[in-house]
Design a protein around this ligand. Structure first.
Ligand code: G6P
Length: 608
Protein backbone atom coordinates (compact mmCIF):
# COMPACT_ATOMS: atom_id res chain seq x y z
CA UNK A 1 0.00 0.00 0.00
CA UNK A 2 1.14 3.63 -0.42
CA UNK A 3 4.75 4.32 0.53
CA UNK A 4 6.15 7.61 1.74
CA UNK A 5 9.72 8.85 1.86
CA UNK A 6 11.13 12.32 2.51
CA UNK A 7 14.48 13.93 3.21
CA UNK A 8 16.11 17.15 4.41
CA UNK A 9 19.85 17.17 3.77
CA UNK A 10 22.75 19.18 2.46
CA UNK A 11 23.20 16.94 -0.56
CA UNK A 12 21.00 16.10 -3.53
CA UNK A 13 18.26 13.87 -2.09
CA UNK A 14 16.76 12.72 -5.42
CA UNK A 15 18.75 9.42 -5.50
CA UNK A 16 17.89 8.75 -1.82
CA UNK A 17 14.19 9.26 -2.50
CA UNK A 18 14.21 7.05 -5.60
CA UNK A 19 16.13 4.28 -3.81
CA UNK A 20 13.68 4.57 -0.91
CA UNK A 21 10.70 4.24 -3.27
CA UNK A 22 12.26 1.12 -4.78
CA UNK A 23 12.57 -0.35 -1.31
CA UNK A 24 8.91 0.45 -0.66
CA UNK A 25 7.76 -1.12 -3.93
CA UNK A 26 6.89 -4.36 -2.15
CA UNK A 27 4.02 -2.63 -0.36
CA UNK A 28 2.11 -2.53 -3.66
CA UNK A 29 1.44 0.56 -5.81
CA UNK A 30 0.39 1.69 -9.28
CA UNK A 31 1.95 5.15 -9.69
CA UNK A 32 4.79 7.14 -8.18
CA UNK A 33 5.94 10.72 -7.78
CA UNK A 34 8.52 13.03 -6.28
CA UNK A 35 8.68 16.72 -5.33
CA UNK A 36 12.11 18.36 -4.95
CA UNK A 37 12.78 21.85 -3.66
CA UNK A 38 15.02 23.75 -6.06
CA UNK A 39 15.69 27.46 -5.56
CA UNK A 40 12.32 28.26 -4.03
CA UNK A 41 10.54 26.17 -6.68
CA UNK A 42 8.87 22.81 -6.37
CA UNK A 43 9.99 20.45 -9.11
CA UNK A 44 7.36 17.74 -9.25
CA UNK A 45 7.52 14.63 -11.45
CA UNK A 46 4.86 11.92 -11.46
CA UNK A 47 4.50 8.75 -13.52
CA UNK A 48 2.16 5.77 -13.68
CA UNK A 49 3.56 2.26 -13.41
CA UNK A 50 6.90 1.32 -11.92
CA UNK A 51 9.42 3.42 -9.98
CA UNK A 52 12.04 2.84 -12.73
CA UNK A 53 9.86 4.98 -15.02
CA UNK A 54 9.93 7.78 -12.45
CA UNK A 55 13.68 7.31 -11.99
CA UNK A 56 14.18 7.67 -15.74
CA UNK A 57 12.07 10.86 -15.81
CA UNK A 58 14.03 12.33 -12.87
CA UNK A 59 17.30 11.53 -14.66
CA UNK A 60 16.13 12.99 -17.99
CA UNK A 61 14.90 16.19 -16.38
CA UNK A 62 18.01 16.47 -14.19
CA UNK A 63 15.76 17.00 -11.17
CA UNK A 64 17.60 17.56 -7.90
CA UNK A 65 17.12 19.25 -4.55
CA UNK A 66 18.33 19.21 -0.96
CA UNK A 67 14.82 18.68 0.40
CA UNK A 68 12.08 16.51 -1.03
CA UNK A 69 9.22 14.07 -0.61
CA UNK A 70 8.24 11.07 -2.72
CA UNK A 71 5.45 8.53 -2.85
CA UNK A 72 4.20 5.29 -4.32
CA UNK A 73 0.41 5.31 -4.66
CA UNK A 74 -1.98 2.37 -4.39
CA UNK A 75 -5.16 3.81 -5.86
CA UNK A 76 -8.22 4.18 -3.64
CA UNK A 77 -9.92 7.48 -4.58
CA UNK A 78 -9.48 7.95 -8.33
CA UNK A 79 -7.80 5.81 -11.00
CA UNK A 80 -4.01 5.29 -11.08
CA UNK A 81 -3.32 8.26 -13.38
CA UNK A 82 -0.57 10.87 -13.37
CA UNK A 83 -3.02 13.55 -12.15
CA UNK A 84 -4.00 11.43 -9.17
CA UNK A 85 -0.41 10.48 -8.28
CA UNK A 86 1.23 12.19 -5.28
CA UNK A 87 2.75 14.63 -4.36
CA UNK A 88 -0.26 16.95 -4.53
CA UNK A 89 0.54 20.62 -4.72
CA UNK A 90 -1.29 23.75 -3.61
CA UNK A 91 0.51 27.05 -4.12
CA UNK A 92 4.00 26.40 -2.80
CA UNK A 93 2.97 23.45 -0.61
CA UNK A 94 3.51 19.80 -1.62
CA UNK A 95 2.02 16.84 0.26
CA UNK A 96 2.35 13.05 0.19
CA UNK A 97 -0.21 10.94 2.04
CA UNK A 98 -0.89 7.35 3.01
CA UNK A 99 -4.35 6.53 4.39
CA UNK A 100 -7.91 7.61 3.67
CA UNK A 101 -9.55 10.92 4.54
CA UNK A 102 -13.16 10.04 5.26
CA UNK A 103 -14.53 13.60 5.30
CA UNK A 104 -12.79 14.65 2.07
CA UNK A 105 -16.06 15.49 0.31
CA UNK A 106 -17.15 17.99 2.97
CA UNK A 107 -13.68 19.57 3.00
CA UNK A 108 -13.58 19.65 -0.80
CA UNK A 109 -16.87 21.60 -0.91
CA UNK A 110 -15.60 24.01 1.72
CA UNK A 111 -12.28 24.58 -0.06
CA UNK A 112 -14.06 25.10 -3.40
CA UNK A 113 -16.07 27.85 -1.72
CA UNK A 114 -12.77 29.36 -0.63
CA UNK A 115 -11.68 29.45 -4.29
CA UNK A 116 -9.51 26.32 -4.54
CA UNK A 117 -9.62 24.41 -7.83
CA UNK A 118 -9.27 20.62 -7.66
CA UNK A 119 -7.30 18.84 -10.36
CA UNK A 120 -7.44 15.26 -9.08
CA UNK A 121 -10.05 12.84 -7.76
CA UNK A 122 -8.00 12.04 -4.68
CA UNK A 123 -8.86 12.61 -1.04
CA UNK A 124 -5.24 13.77 -0.56
CA UNK A 125 -5.63 16.94 -2.58
CA UNK A 126 -7.80 18.41 0.19
CA UNK A 127 -4.83 18.12 2.58
CA UNK A 128 -2.58 20.14 0.26
CA UNK A 129 -5.21 22.89 -0.09
CA UNK A 130 -6.02 22.89 3.63
CA UNK A 131 -2.36 23.30 4.61
CA UNK A 132 -2.04 26.07 2.04
CA UNK A 133 -5.21 27.73 3.35
CA UNK A 134 -3.84 27.93 6.90
CA UNK A 135 -0.28 28.72 5.76
CA UNK A 136 -1.50 31.87 3.97
CA UNK A 137 -2.32 33.39 7.36
CA UNK A 138 0.43 32.06 9.63
CA UNK A 139 3.35 31.57 7.19
CA UNK A 140 4.27 28.75 9.58
CA UNK A 141 4.35 25.30 7.93
CA UNK A 142 4.20 23.35 11.20
CA UNK A 143 1.28 25.40 12.59
CA UNK A 144 -0.57 25.20 9.25
CA UNK A 145 -0.15 21.42 9.12
CA UNK A 146 -1.37 21.11 12.70
CA UNK A 147 -4.48 23.15 11.90
CA UNK A 148 -5.07 21.16 8.72
CA UNK A 149 -4.80 17.71 10.31
CA UNK A 150 -7.16 18.78 13.08
CA UNK A 151 -9.82 18.98 10.36
CA UNK A 152 -9.21 15.47 9.00
CA UNK A 153 -11.25 12.38 9.85
CA UNK A 154 -9.76 9.02 8.96
CA UNK A 155 -6.23 7.70 8.69
CA UNK A 156 -3.16 9.49 7.50
CA UNK A 157 0.60 9.59 7.44
CA UNK A 158 1.72 12.72 5.65
CA UNK A 159 4.88 14.51 4.62
CA UNK A 160 4.71 18.23 3.78
CA UNK A 161 7.25 20.62 2.25
CA UNK A 162 6.99 24.27 1.26
CA UNK A 163 8.90 26.09 -1.48
CA UNK A 164 9.77 29.05 0.75
CA UNK A 165 11.26 26.81 3.45
CA UNK A 166 14.16 24.74 2.17
CA UNK A 167 15.55 22.42 4.86
CA UNK A 168 12.17 21.91 6.48
CA UNK A 169 9.89 18.91 6.41
CA UNK A 170 6.70 18.46 8.44
CA UNK A 171 5.33 14.98 9.13
CA UNK A 172 2.17 13.80 10.89
CA UNK A 173 0.55 10.46 11.54
CA UNK A 174 -2.80 9.11 12.66
CA UNK A 175 -3.52 5.46 12.03
CA UNK A 176 -0.99 4.95 9.20
CA UNK A 177 2.68 4.10 9.76
CA UNK A 178 5.41 6.78 9.65
CA UNK A 179 8.87 7.01 11.14
CA UNK A 180 11.72 9.51 11.18
CA UNK A 181 15.22 8.41 10.11
CA UNK A 182 17.92 10.16 12.12
CA UNK A 183 21.13 10.95 10.23
CA UNK A 184 24.09 13.25 10.80
CA UNK A 185 22.94 16.76 9.89
CA UNK A 186 20.26 15.19 7.70
CA UNK A 187 16.93 13.63 8.51
CA UNK A 188 14.36 11.51 6.73
CA UNK A 189 10.83 10.20 6.96
CA UNK A 190 9.48 6.91 5.62
CA UNK A 191 6.61 4.47 5.88
CA UNK A 192 8.99 1.79 7.09
CA UNK A 193 12.60 1.36 8.12
CA UNK A 194 13.66 -0.75 5.11
CA UNK A 195 13.31 2.33 2.84
CA UNK A 196 16.01 4.19 4.77
CA UNK A 197 18.54 1.47 5.55
CA UNK A 198 21.12 2.79 3.04
CA UNK A 199 21.20 6.15 4.89
CA UNK A 200 20.50 5.33 8.55
CA UNK A 201 19.66 2.60 11.04
CA UNK A 202 18.43 5.02 13.73
CA UNK A 203 14.70 5.64 13.85
CA UNK A 204 12.03 7.49 15.78
CA UNK A 205 8.64 5.81 15.57
CA UNK A 206 5.91 8.45 15.60
CA UNK A 207 2.79 7.74 17.63
CA UNK A 208 -0.81 8.38 16.61
CA UNK A 209 -1.57 12.08 16.73
CA UNK A 210 2.11 13.13 16.55
CA UNK A 211 3.27 16.01 14.35
CA UNK A 212 6.98 16.56 13.76
CA UNK A 213 8.94 19.51 12.47
CA UNK A 214 12.14 18.22 10.95
CA UNK A 215 15.19 20.29 10.03
CA UNK A 216 18.82 19.48 9.22
CA UNK A 217 19.86 19.28 12.86
CA UNK A 218 16.56 19.37 14.72
CA UNK A 219 13.50 17.18 15.24
CA UNK A 220 10.64 18.59 17.33
CA UNK A 221 7.63 16.36 17.98
CA UNK A 222 4.26 17.43 19.40
CA UNK A 223 1.79 14.85 20.63
CA UNK A 224 -1.96 14.71 19.98
CA UNK A 225 -2.58 17.27 22.73
CA UNK A 226 -0.16 19.77 21.18
CA UNK A 227 2.44 19.13 23.92
CA UNK A 228 6.16 18.71 23.15
CA UNK A 229 6.88 14.97 23.16
CA UNK A 230 10.14 13.09 23.71
CA UNK A 231 10.34 10.14 21.34
CA UNK A 232 13.12 7.64 21.78
CA UNK A 233 15.67 7.04 19.00
CA UNK A 234 15.83 3.29 18.35
CA UNK A 235 18.71 1.47 16.71
CA UNK A 236 17.33 -0.99 14.15
CA UNK A 237 18.66 -4.54 14.02
CA UNK A 238 17.78 -4.66 10.34
CA UNK A 239 20.79 -4.78 8.06
CA UNK A 240 20.67 -3.60 4.42
CA UNK A 241 21.48 -7.11 3.10
CA UNK A 242 18.36 -8.51 4.82
CA UNK A 243 16.25 -6.84 2.17
CA UNK A 244 18.45 -7.74 -0.78
CA UNK A 245 17.58 -10.46 -3.26
CA UNK A 246 21.02 -12.15 -3.39
CA UNK A 247 21.12 -15.32 -5.47
CA UNK A 248 17.32 -15.59 -5.77
CA UNK A 249 15.07 -14.65 -8.65
CA UNK A 250 12.24 -13.38 -6.50
CA UNK A 251 11.76 -12.34 -2.86
CA UNK A 252 9.03 -14.95 -2.50
CA UNK A 253 11.48 -17.69 -3.50
CA UNK A 254 14.12 -16.30 -1.13
CA UNK A 255 11.61 -16.10 1.70
CA UNK A 256 10.34 -19.64 1.14
CA UNK A 257 13.94 -20.89 1.39
CA UNK A 258 14.68 -18.78 4.46
CA UNK A 259 12.05 -20.63 6.48
CA UNK A 260 14.36 -23.09 8.32
CA UNK A 261 16.46 -20.13 9.53
CA UNK A 262 13.38 -18.05 10.36
CA UNK A 263 11.91 -20.93 12.37
CA UNK A 264 15.04 -21.60 14.38
CA UNK A 265 15.43 -17.87 15.16
CA UNK A 266 11.78 -17.65 16.26
CA UNK A 267 12.05 -20.76 18.41
CA UNK A 268 15.51 -20.10 19.81
CA UNK A 269 14.46 -18.73 23.18
CA UNK A 270 11.88 -21.47 23.68
CA UNK A 271 14.16 -24.37 22.85
CA UNK A 272 17.00 -22.91 24.95
CA UNK A 273 15.06 -21.92 28.07
CA UNK A 274 12.02 -24.20 27.90
CA UNK A 275 8.32 -23.42 27.96
CA UNK A 276 7.69 -20.30 30.03
CA UNK A 277 5.13 -17.47 29.99
CA UNK A 278 7.89 -14.82 30.19
CA UNK A 279 8.28 -15.41 26.43
CA UNK A 280 5.35 -13.02 26.04
CA UNK A 281 6.63 -10.27 28.33
CA UNK A 282 6.85 -9.56 32.07
CA UNK A 283 3.09 -9.83 32.53
CA UNK A 284 3.01 -13.15 30.67
CA UNK A 285 2.33 -15.38 33.65
CA UNK A 286 -0.31 -13.22 35.33
CA UNK A 287 -2.25 -12.55 32.12
CA UNK A 288 -2.05 -16.06 30.66
CA UNK A 289 -3.10 -17.64 33.97
CA UNK A 290 -6.14 -15.37 34.25
CA UNK A 291 -7.74 -15.93 30.87
CA UNK A 292 -10.55 -18.38 30.16
CA UNK A 293 -10.94 -18.06 26.39
CA UNK A 294 -9.15 -16.65 23.36
CA UNK A 295 -10.34 -14.53 20.44
CA UNK A 296 -7.92 -14.37 17.53
CA UNK A 297 -8.15 -11.37 15.22
CA UNK A 298 -6.25 -11.22 11.92
CA UNK A 299 -6.47 -10.80 8.14
CA UNK A 300 -5.33 -12.80 5.10
CA UNK A 301 -2.60 -15.34 5.72
CA UNK A 302 -2.35 -14.31 9.37
CA UNK A 303 -6.01 -15.32 9.77
CA UNK A 304 -5.12 -18.80 8.54
CA UNK A 305 -2.47 -18.98 11.26
CA UNK A 306 -5.22 -18.12 13.77
CA UNK A 307 -7.45 -20.91 12.44
CA UNK A 308 -4.62 -23.43 12.89
CA UNK A 309 -3.86 -22.19 16.41
CA UNK A 310 -7.43 -22.85 17.46
CA UNK A 311 -6.94 -26.60 16.89
CA UNK A 312 -3.71 -26.63 18.90
CA UNK A 313 -4.88 -24.56 21.85
CA UNK A 314 -8.22 -26.28 22.30
CA UNK A 315 -6.62 -29.74 22.09
CA UNK A 316 -3.48 -29.13 24.16
CA UNK A 317 -4.55 -26.48 26.66
CA UNK A 318 -8.33 -27.00 26.74
CA UNK A 319 -9.06 -23.30 26.30
CA UNK A 320 -11.98 -22.39 24.01
CA UNK A 321 -10.89 -20.25 21.06
CA UNK A 322 -12.52 -18.45 18.21
CA UNK A 323 -10.80 -16.90 15.22
CA UNK A 324 -12.31 -13.90 13.46
CA UNK A 325 -11.47 -11.89 10.40
CA UNK A 326 -10.52 -8.52 11.88
CA UNK A 327 -12.66 -6.42 9.53
CA UNK A 328 -15.74 -8.50 10.44
CA UNK A 329 -15.17 -8.45 14.19
CA UNK A 330 -14.77 -4.72 14.17
CA UNK A 331 -18.29 -4.03 12.93
CA UNK A 332 -20.07 -6.95 14.54
CA UNK A 333 -21.99 -6.61 17.77
CA UNK A 334 -20.11 -9.15 19.87
CA UNK A 335 -20.47 -10.11 23.48
CA UNK A 336 -17.37 -8.99 25.37
CA UNK A 337 -15.85 -11.36 27.88
CA UNK A 338 -13.46 -9.78 30.39
CA UNK A 339 -11.71 -13.12 30.78
CA UNK A 340 -10.91 -13.39 27.08
CA UNK A 341 -7.42 -12.86 25.69
CA UNK A 342 -7.45 -10.93 22.42
CA UNK A 343 -4.66 -12.31 20.23
CA UNK A 344 -3.88 -10.29 17.12
CA UNK A 345 -1.66 -11.87 14.49
CA UNK A 346 0.06 -9.77 11.85
CA UNK A 347 3.24 -9.82 9.83
CA UNK A 348 3.45 -6.05 9.54
CA UNK A 349 1.71 -4.96 12.72
CA UNK A 350 0.26 -2.08 10.71
CA UNK A 351 -2.76 -3.70 9.01
CA UNK A 352 -5.52 -1.15 9.54
CA UNK A 353 -8.31 -3.70 10.03
CA UNK A 354 -6.37 -5.68 12.65
CA UNK A 355 -5.29 -2.56 14.49
CA UNK A 356 -8.84 -1.20 14.54
CA UNK A 357 -10.22 -4.57 15.65
CA UNK A 358 -7.83 -4.52 18.62
CA UNK A 359 -8.86 -0.97 19.50
CA UNK A 360 -12.51 -1.99 19.19
CA UNK A 361 -11.93 -4.93 21.55
CA UNK A 362 -10.21 -2.60 24.01
CA UNK A 363 -13.12 -0.17 23.81
CA UNK A 364 -15.43 -3.06 24.76
CA UNK A 365 -13.42 -3.53 27.94
CA UNK A 366 -11.03 -6.28 26.86
CA UNK A 367 -7.94 -5.79 28.98
CA UNK A 368 -5.89 -8.79 27.97
CA UNK A 369 -4.14 -8.51 24.62
CA UNK A 370 -1.29 -10.31 22.92
CA UNK A 371 0.26 -9.45 19.54
CA UNK A 372 2.08 -12.07 17.48
CA UNK A 373 3.96 -9.90 15.06
CA UNK A 374 7.05 -9.74 12.84
CA UNK A 375 7.81 -6.05 13.45
CA UNK A 376 8.76 -5.23 17.02
CA UNK A 377 8.26 -1.46 16.68
CA UNK A 378 4.84 -1.73 15.00
CA UNK A 379 1.65 -0.08 16.23
CA UNK A 380 0.06 -3.46 17.02
CA UNK A 381 2.91 -4.44 19.36
CA UNK A 382 2.86 -1.04 21.02
CA UNK A 383 -0.91 -1.28 21.61
CA UNK A 384 -0.80 -4.78 23.12
CA UNK A 385 -0.05 -5.83 26.66
CA UNK A 386 1.86 -8.97 25.71
CA UNK A 387 3.74 -9.74 22.54
CA UNK A 388 5.76 -12.37 20.82
CA UNK A 389 7.95 -11.24 17.96
CA UNK A 390 8.41 -13.71 15.15
CA UNK A 391 11.97 -13.61 13.86
CA UNK A 392 11.22 -14.09 10.18
CA UNK A 393 13.17 -10.95 9.20
CA UNK A 394 11.75 -8.45 6.70
CA UNK A 395 9.23 -10.05 4.35
CA UNK A 396 9.11 -8.30 0.99
CA UNK A 397 7.06 -10.61 -1.29
CA UNK A 398 3.38 -9.68 -1.14
CA UNK A 399 2.44 -13.33 -0.70
CA UNK A 400 3.30 -14.13 2.90
CA UNK A 401 5.40 -17.30 3.43
CA UNK A 402 8.06 -17.21 6.16
CA UNK A 403 5.88 -14.88 8.22
CA UNK A 404 3.16 -17.56 8.20
CA UNK A 405 5.30 -20.50 9.30
CA UNK A 406 6.94 -18.41 12.05
CA UNK A 407 3.50 -17.27 13.21
CA UNK A 408 2.55 -20.94 13.43
CA UNK A 409 5.68 -21.65 15.47
CA UNK A 410 4.85 -18.77 17.84
CA UNK A 411 1.24 -19.97 18.16
CA UNK A 412 2.25 -23.55 18.87
CA UNK A 413 4.52 -22.14 21.56
CA UNK A 414 1.51 -20.30 22.98
CA UNK A 415 -0.45 -23.57 23.08
CA UNK A 416 2.42 -25.18 25.03
CA UNK A 417 2.72 -22.27 27.47
CA UNK A 418 -1.02 -22.30 28.16
CA UNK A 419 -1.04 -26.09 28.50
CA UNK A 420 1.86 -25.97 30.99
CA UNK A 421 0.23 -23.19 33.03
CA UNK A 422 -2.88 -25.35 33.33
CA UNK A 423 -0.94 -28.46 34.28
CA UNK A 424 -1.83 -30.26 31.05
CA UNK A 425 1.70 -31.27 30.12
CA UNK A 426 4.28 -32.91 32.34
CA UNK A 427 8.08 -32.67 32.12
CA UNK A 428 8.33 -35.68 29.78
CA UNK A 429 5.76 -34.24 27.38
CA UNK A 430 7.51 -30.87 27.51
CA UNK A 431 10.80 -32.49 26.48
CA UNK A 432 9.08 -34.34 23.63
CA UNK A 433 7.55 -31.14 22.30
CA UNK A 434 10.86 -29.29 22.56
CA UNK A 435 12.65 -32.08 20.68
CA UNK A 436 10.04 -31.94 17.93
CA UNK A 437 10.50 -28.17 17.67
CA UNK A 438 14.28 -28.53 17.54
CA UNK A 439 13.92 -30.98 14.66
CA UNK A 440 11.55 -28.72 12.73
CA UNK A 441 14.07 -26.56 10.78
CA UNK A 442 15.90 -29.68 9.58
CA UNK A 443 12.63 -31.31 8.48
CA UNK A 444 11.66 -28.10 6.68
CA UNK A 445 14.97 -28.28 4.79
CA UNK A 446 14.02 -31.76 3.55
CA UNK A 447 10.65 -30.45 2.37
CA UNK A 448 12.35 -27.62 0.48
CA UNK A 449 14.45 -30.23 -1.31
CA UNK A 450 11.22 -31.38 -3.02
CA UNK A 451 11.09 -28.21 -5.12
CA UNK A 452 11.99 -30.05 -8.36
CA UNK A 453 8.96 -32.34 -8.03
CA UNK A 454 6.67 -29.41 -7.23
CA UNK A 455 7.98 -27.54 -10.25
CA UNK A 456 6.88 -30.50 -12.42
CA UNK A 457 3.40 -30.36 -10.87
CA UNK A 458 3.20 -26.66 -11.59
CA UNK A 459 3.50 -27.31 -15.35
CA UNK A 460 0.03 -28.87 -15.18
CA UNK A 461 -1.38 -25.70 -13.63
CA UNK A 462 -0.35 -23.10 -16.19
CA UNK A 463 -3.45 -23.72 -18.35
CA UNK A 464 -5.90 -24.23 -15.51
CA UNK A 465 -8.60 -21.71 -14.62
CA UNK A 466 -9.61 -23.22 -11.28
CA UNK A 467 -8.26 -25.42 -8.50
CA UNK A 468 -9.73 -27.02 -5.40
CA UNK A 469 -7.78 -27.56 -2.18
CA UNK A 470 -8.85 -30.13 0.40
CA UNK A 471 -7.71 -30.75 3.95
CA UNK A 472 -9.18 -31.99 7.19
CA UNK A 473 -8.77 -30.90 10.81
CA UNK A 474 -5.49 -29.13 11.48
CA UNK A 475 -4.77 -29.13 7.76
CA UNK A 476 -7.97 -27.45 6.64
CA UNK A 477 -6.47 -23.97 7.35
CA UNK A 478 -3.43 -25.13 5.37
CA UNK A 479 -5.71 -25.92 2.42
CA UNK A 480 -7.13 -22.39 2.78
CA UNK A 481 -3.63 -20.96 2.77
CA UNK A 482 -2.65 -23.02 -0.31
CA UNK A 483 -5.69 -21.69 -2.19
CA UNK A 484 -4.96 -18.11 -1.12
CA UNK A 485 -1.34 -18.36 -2.28
CA UNK A 486 -2.37 -19.74 -5.68
CA UNK A 487 -4.96 -17.03 -6.36
CA UNK A 488 -2.76 -14.19 -5.06
CA UNK A 489 0.17 -14.72 -7.37
CA UNK A 490 -0.93 -16.95 -10.24
CA UNK A 491 -4.47 -15.50 -10.55
CA UNK A 492 -5.91 -19.03 -10.79
CA UNK A 493 -9.26 -19.15 -9.06
CA UNK A 494 -8.82 -21.47 -6.11
CA UNK A 495 -11.08 -22.57 -3.30
CA UNK A 496 -10.44 -24.63 -0.22
CA UNK A 497 -12.83 -26.94 1.58
CA UNK A 498 -12.68 -29.24 4.55
CA UNK A 499 -12.66 -32.56 2.66
CA UNK A 500 -15.77 -33.75 4.51
CA UNK A 501 -17.73 -30.87 2.95
CA UNK A 502 -16.92 -31.97 -0.60
CA UNK A 503 -20.16 -33.86 -1.07
CA UNK A 504 -22.19 -30.87 0.17
CA UNK A 505 -21.51 -28.78 -2.90
CA UNK A 506 -18.02 -28.46 -4.39
CA UNK A 507 -18.09 -32.01 -5.78
CA UNK A 508 -20.40 -30.60 -8.47
CA UNK A 509 -17.41 -28.66 -9.81
CA UNK A 510 -15.09 -31.63 -10.12
CA UNK A 511 -14.21 -32.80 -13.62
CA UNK A 512 -11.00 -33.40 -15.58
CA UNK A 513 -10.31 -29.65 -15.78
CA UNK A 514 -10.42 -29.09 -12.05
CA UNK A 515 -7.18 -30.12 -10.32
CA UNK A 516 -7.79 -31.14 -6.72
CA UNK A 517 -4.91 -30.64 -4.30
CA UNK A 518 -5.25 -32.68 -1.11
CA UNK A 519 -3.19 -32.51 2.05
CA UNK A 520 -3.00 -36.03 3.36
CA UNK A 521 -0.79 -36.38 6.43
CA UNK A 522 -0.77 -39.65 8.28
CA UNK A 523 -3.06 -38.48 11.07
CA UNK A 524 -6.28 -39.74 12.61
CA UNK A 525 -8.33 -38.39 9.72
CA UNK A 526 -6.36 -40.09 6.93
CA UNK A 527 -8.82 -42.92 6.27
CA UNK A 528 -11.72 -40.44 6.09
CA UNK A 529 -9.71 -38.30 3.69
CA UNK A 530 -8.93 -41.30 1.49
CA UNK A 531 -12.67 -41.84 1.05
CA UNK A 532 -13.06 -38.20 0.03
CA UNK A 533 -10.30 -38.65 -2.54
CA UNK A 534 -12.15 -41.64 -3.98
CA UNK A 535 -15.18 -39.37 -4.43
CA UNK A 536 -13.00 -37.07 -6.55
CA UNK A 537 -11.51 -39.88 -8.63
CA UNK A 538 -14.90 -41.37 -9.33
CA UNK A 539 -15.85 -38.04 -10.98
CA UNK A 540 -12.76 -37.97 -13.21
CA UNK A 541 -10.94 -35.35 -11.10
CA UNK A 542 -7.13 -35.26 -11.20
CA UNK A 543 -5.61 -35.46 -7.72
CA UNK A 544 -2.40 -33.89 -6.45
CA UNK A 545 -1.75 -35.29 -3.01
CA UNK A 546 0.82 -34.18 -0.45
CA UNK A 547 1.41 -37.15 1.84
CA UNK A 548 3.74 -38.17 4.69
CA UNK A 549 6.34 -40.90 4.19
CA UNK A 550 4.22 -43.37 6.16
CA UNK A 551 0.93 -42.66 4.36
CA UNK A 552 -0.06 -45.49 2.04
CA UNK A 553 -1.52 -43.76 -1.00
CA UNK A 554 -0.47 -45.22 -4.35
CA UNK A 555 0.64 -43.00 -7.19
CA UNK A 556 -1.25 -43.85 -10.37
CA UNK A 557 -2.51 -42.19 -13.54
CA UNK A 558 -4.77 -39.60 -12.00
CA UNK A 559 -3.10 -39.43 -8.60
CA UNK A 560 0.14 -37.45 -8.37
CA UNK A 561 1.95 -37.76 -5.09
CA UNK A 562 4.59 -35.79 -3.25
CA UNK A 563 5.99 -37.38 -0.13
CA UNK A 564 7.13 -35.42 2.92
CA UNK A 565 9.23 -36.86 5.78
CA UNK A 566 7.57 -38.94 8.51
CA UNK A 567 4.41 -37.48 10.03
CA UNK A 568 5.39 -34.50 12.21
CA UNK A 569 2.46 -34.82 14.62
CA UNK A 570 1.14 -31.50 15.88
CA UNK A 571 3.74 -29.62 13.83
CA UNK A 572 2.66 -31.19 10.55
CA UNK A 573 0.81 -28.05 9.22
CA UNK A 574 4.08 -26.07 9.38
CA UNK A 575 5.65 -28.54 6.95
CA UNK A 576 2.64 -29.26 4.76
CA UNK A 577 2.15 -25.64 3.79
CA UNK A 578 5.61 -25.43 2.19
CA UNK A 579 4.87 -27.54 -0.93
CA UNK A 580 1.76 -25.39 -1.45
CA UNK A 581 3.84 -22.20 -1.25
CA UNK A 582 6.27 -23.64 -3.80
CA UNK A 583 3.40 -24.80 -6.02
CA UNK A 584 1.91 -21.31 -6.21
CA UNK A 585 5.37 -19.80 -6.81
CA UNK A 586 6.12 -22.14 -9.72
CA UNK A 587 2.59 -21.88 -11.14
CA UNK A 588 3.05 -18.09 -11.17
CA UNK A 589 6.39 -18.50 -12.97
CA UNK A 590 4.65 -20.70 -15.55
CA UNK A 591 2.04 -18.01 -16.07
CA UNK A 592 4.59 -15.19 -16.15
CA UNK A 593 2.92 -13.04 -13.49
CA UNK A 594 4.73 -10.49 -11.34
CA UNK A 595 5.40 -12.86 -8.42
CA UNK A 596 6.51 -10.36 -5.78
CA UNK A 597 4.08 -7.62 -6.74
CA UNK A 598 0.87 -9.29 -7.89
CA UNK A 599 -1.69 -7.06 -9.56
CA UNK A 600 -4.08 -5.08 -7.34
CA UNK A 601 -2.58 -6.35 -4.07
CA UNK A 602 -0.57 -4.63 -1.37
CA UNK A 603 1.78 -6.01 1.26
CA UNK A 604 0.85 -3.76 4.12
CA UNK A 605 -2.82 -2.84 3.97
CA UNK A 606 -2.89 0.39 5.92
CA UNK A 607 -6.40 1.43 4.88
CA UNK A 608 -9.68 -0.18 5.82
C1 G6P B 1 -2.21 -8.25 2.88
C2 G6P B 1 -1.04 -9.11 2.39
C3 G6P B 1 -1.20 -10.54 2.92
C4 G6P B 1 -1.32 -10.53 4.44
C5 G6P B 1 -2.46 -9.60 4.90
C6 G6P B 1 -2.40 -9.38 6.41
O1 G6P B 1 -3.38 -8.67 2.28
O2 G6P B 1 -0.99 -9.13 0.98
O3 G6P B 1 -0.06 -11.30 2.54
O4 G6P B 1 -1.55 -11.82 4.90
O5 G6P B 1 -2.33 -8.31 4.30
O6 G6P B 1 -1.22 -8.69 6.72
P1 G6P B 1 -0.52 -8.69 8.12
O7 G6P B 1 0.69 -7.80 7.94
O8 G6P B 1 -1.50 -8.10 9.09
O9 G6P B 1 -0.16 -10.08 8.45
Amino acid sequence: MCGIIGAVAQRNVAPILIEGLKRLEYRGYDSAGVALLQQQEIHRIRTTGRVVTLEEAVRKQGAHGITGIAHTRWATHGAPTEDNAHPHVSGGIAVVHNGIIENHEVLRAELRQAGYVFVSQTDTEVIAHLVHFYFKTSQDLFAATREAVARLHGAYAIGVVCNSMPNKLVAARQGSPLLIGVGVEEHFIASDASALLPVTQRFIYLEDGDIAEIGLTSIAVQDKNGQPAEREIMQSEMRPEMVELGEYRHYMQKEIHEQPRALSDTLQELVTNGIQPMLYGPEGESVLSSIERITFLACGTSYHAALTARYWIEALAGIPCNAEIASEYRYRTSVPDPKALIVTISQSGETADTLSALKHAQSLGHNYSLAICNVSESALVRESRLNMITRAGPEIGVASTKAFTTQLAALFTLALVLAKLRGKIDAAAEQKHLEALRALPGQMQRVLALEGQIQKWSEHFAEKQHALFLGRGLHYPIALEGALKLKEISYIHAEAYPAGELKHGPLALVDKDMPVIAIAPNDALLEKLKSNLQEVRARGGELYVVVDEDTHIQEMDEIHKITLPLHAGWLSPILHVVPLQMLSYHAALQKGTDVDKPRNLAKSVTVE
